[in-house]
Design a protein around this ligand. Structure first.
Ligand code: EPU
Length: 365
């Protein structure tokens, strides 16, 4: 995609000399290589900035079509049509060790490259989050999570530029209101801050997290031990990558945006209703996790599965047969309406059968 990005270096007069010197700006850009669903949509303008100054210049430039919308790897969004404004993308890809237990990464670093770098340095922290598509900046917005780890447990602070006055700000993780796949960057800070980098806490001491699903079993099968002193972050990374490859589509091969819905957390009463339905229809035990606040998390994949959606399709989009929480661009020719129609069908049938409202993890743009 980058190859097709028209590169403009404005070599104009003194007034604009510092603006756009290296920033890459293109108009009417095809976004199919910039969203993992592989939707064939375009944007009016795309700016790839290579330093914070360039981002600040772009924010202050009234000639760029509005709205301005920052994206990372495009792995958690669905473009529902051509985008009329300017897409901002971070081209910075540096990783720096800040001390024994702190690492800084630019927003544009591919998330899995960051995980690989930490593992190669023997640093514990992100290994369970290996192989998640996307970039560092989005990790802090989305609070990515997998296999018993949420990235907010590792985030120390988030470096941002304020879109109101283009000032730089460092926001401590404690102010980001992190929750399951959620943060203030998705709510009151949505149009306010553009993330330019993240500082993570890491550890040289072994702190393996093995108690989610079959992770421990898979580690033991592969390395014949679960003794923390004999494990390395690279071993956990290898195991988690292999588990993910067995269950989830590879976004390079089959377009998708990972889990389409969040796992719903319901009150005890609503959970009792789900159980009654399961009993009445002989659906077996309802898998669930009791949460500290008394609510119950139910895997959305189970609810969708029991509504019979595995493998169902609409146009070019289909429910992935190994993990029904994932909608895939099965033919490679799916259009946004196919995905939206499938998602709406799933939402409505889970609501009708179990009384549970699914909320989207994927953002519609
Ligand atoms: N299940 C079924 N049928 C299936 C597959 C799964 O009923 O075909 C049920 C099973 O009961 C299974 C349960 O769903 O035990 C949970 O499945 P899984 O362990 O695959 O995880 P998940 O809850 O569906 C979440 C994340 C994933 C993350 C995995 C592993 C969300 C929305 N999704 O999925 O994240 O990789 O756990 O930790 O929380 C993503 O966000 O894009 C993503 C892939």
């Amino acid at each position: 995609m980058k190859d097709t990005l028209m590169i403009i270096k404005i070599l104009c007069g003194a007034t604009f000399l510092h603006i756009f010197v290296n920033m890459r700006t293109g108009f009417n850009i095809d976004l199919s290589g910039r969203n993992t669903f592989r939707m064939k949509v375009s944007c009016r303008c795309l700016v790839e900035y290579d330093n914070v100054e360039e981002l600040r210049d772009a924010l202050a430039d009234p000639s760029l079509p509005r709205p301005l919308f920052p994206i990372g790897g495009g792995s958690n969004l669905l473009f529902t049509s051509d985008f009329p404004g300017t897409i901002l993308h971070c081209g910075m890809k540096n990783i720096k060790r800040l001390g024994p237990d702190r690492v800084y990464a630019d927003a544009g670093v591919v998330w899995d490259d960051f995980c690989a770098w930490c593992a190669s340095e023997g640093l514990w922290g992100p290994e369970n989050l290996s192989h998640i598509p996307g970039e560092v900046g989005a990790s802090a917005v989305q609070n990515i999570g997998a296999y018993g780890r949420e990235v907010c447990e590792l985030i120390d602070s988030v470096e941002c530029v304020d879109t109101r006055d283009a000032s730089k700000i460092t926001i401590p993780a404690s102010e980001c209101e992190y929750a399951y796949r959620d943060s203030r960057f998705k709510h009151d800070w949505k149009w306010r801050y553009v993330v330019t980098g993240v500082v993570y806490r890491v550890s040289l001491e072994p702190v393996p997290v093995l108690d989610y699903g079959h992770v421990r079993e898979a580690v033991v099968e592969r390395f014949e031990t679960d003794d923390p002193s004999r494990l390395t972050p690279a071993m956990i990374r290898e195991t988690v990558t292999s588990i993910r490859k067995g269950k989830l589509p590879e976004v390079d091969e089959l377009g998708s945006a990972g889990s389409f819905f969040r796992n719903p957390c319901v009150c005890q009463e609503a959970f009792a209703t789900v159980r009654e339905v399961a009993l009445r229809e002989s659906l077996g035990e309802v898998p669930h996790f009791d949460l500290e606040d008394g609510s119950v998390k139910i895997p959305a994949a189970w609810l969708i599965d029991k509504c019979g959606w595995k493998g169902m399709s609409r146009g070019g989009a289909a429910v992935f047969n190994k993990q029904p929480l994932v909608i895939v661009n099965w033919t490679g020719e799916a259009v946004p309406e196919d995905v939206m129609s499938l998602a709406e069908g799933i939402r409505a049938s889970v609501k009708e059968k179990f009384g549970v409202e699914l909320s989207r993890e994927v953002e519609y743009v």
